[in-house]
Design a protein around this ligand. Structure first.
Ligand code: 13P
Length: 344
């Protein structure tokens, strides 16, 4: 492994910094825009993301890198500067989502279970993304908890694909974000926190076994897991302290210390709860890896609402985004406090 991969990975999880997941596919961003009454077009998607990437305080001080979607890594701002150059000027590293989505896993559980696709031609795509400026990538595997699920077939197939993706990334000089997400929301989310613990532990053990088999250098990757948390439809919700304690316990027993950093997804947690959980874990101290955020919804929801698709609201949207980025930066240091939210 070149020194560079490890350096990039370290920079992605530098103290007080985390990752902005802005890699919503065109289908997903349309759903977000629908909620605020904005038509999703190439231009509105560009305007929205340009607003975020030009929030200089956030991008410089709290955000280490941004996960982009294929369209965005090629896009230019209104003044002709590429969006990649805008974020680079603020000192933020461009990243790219390279999976092409979670598709039904053929077999008896195909109505619920998925396998993430995108390995075919990935070597060539990574080479192009590198030229476009990407220095890290993301691949999201989805594991659903339901009656008798997940199957071993689903856990194994997704872990194997993650390892093949990660090895290809490192070959291309790109740091892989390895994201095995055990879902907490959606139709099948009635499980409690202990069931989430059991499945997350099983999944992470399988992922690290596959990464080992593929000879992926752990020093040059970032893990992006779910927190250990009850499903949204569970009647038995866990306290923030329990989420923090069980998540740390699960990660300590499964994630090797040579992994430089763990950057959580938010997965459907509310903005403040996602921040609180991260802060509690960092406040516990004595962690073998950096622990930070790679949030999508929990970093963007407030900004989306404040913006509402209107150019006169760009400053308000940037303020909302910067506030959440700052709160999560404090959480990455274990220094967030609920009182700081009101000071916004
Ligand atoms: P959320 O934080 O909204 O879960 O998104 C993070 C992400 O990148 C999912 O792949």
């Amino acid at each position: 492994m070149t020194e560079k991969l490890a350096d990039i990975a370290q920079a992605m999880v530098a103290p007080g910094k985390g990752i902005l997941a802005a890699d919503e596919s065109s289908g997903t961003i349309k759903k977000r825009f629908d909620k605020i009454g904005v038509t999703s077009t190439e231009d509105t998607r560009r305007d929205y993301r340009e607003m975020l990437f030009r929030a200089n305080d956030a991008m410089k001080n709290y955000v280490s890198g941004v996960i982009l979607y294929d369209e965005t890594i090629r896009q230019k701002a209104k003044d002709g500067t590429t969006l990649v150059d805008i974020m680079k000027a603020a000192g933020s590293i461009p990243g790219i989502k390279v999976d092409v989505g979670a598709k039904p896993l053929a077999g008896p559980t195909s109505k619920i279970e998925t396998i993430t696709e995108g390995l075919d031609g990935l070597r060539e795509r990574l080479a192009e993304y590198y030229k476009l400026g990407a220095r890290f990538a993301k691949w999201r595997a989805v594991i659903t908890i339901a009656d008798g699920l997940p199957t071993w077939n689903c856990v194994k197939a997704n872990a194997h694909a993650l390892a093949r993706y990660a090895a290809l990334c490192q070959e291309a000089g790109i740091v892989p974000i390895v994201e095995p997400e055990v879902l907490m929301d959606g139709e099948h989310s009635g499980h409690d926190i202990d069931e989430c613990y059991r499945v997350t532990e099983w999944t992470l053990r399988t992922v690290f076994r596959e990464l080992y088999d593929a000879r992926v250098e752990l020093e040059g990757m970032i893990l992006k897991p779910n927190m250990v948390i009850a499903g949204q439809k569970s009647a038995k919700q866990a306290s923030a302290e329990e989420v923090a304690e069980k998540t740390l316990r699960c990660l300590k027993s499964t994630v090797p210390t040579s992994v430089p950093g763990i950057a959580f997804l938010s997965g459907g947690q509310s903005d403040e709860i996602a921040t609180q959980h991260l802060s509690l874990m960092n406040a516990a101290g004595n962690l073998p890896w950096a622990l930070t955020f790679s949030y999508g919804r929990a970093l963007q929801a407030a900004a989306l609402t404040a913006w509402g698709g209107k150019s006169e609201n760009v400053a308000a949207g940037q303020r909302a985004f910067t506030h959440r980025a700052r709160m999560n930066s404090l959480a990455a240091l274990g220094k967030w406090d609920a009182k700081l939210e009101k000071a916004a």
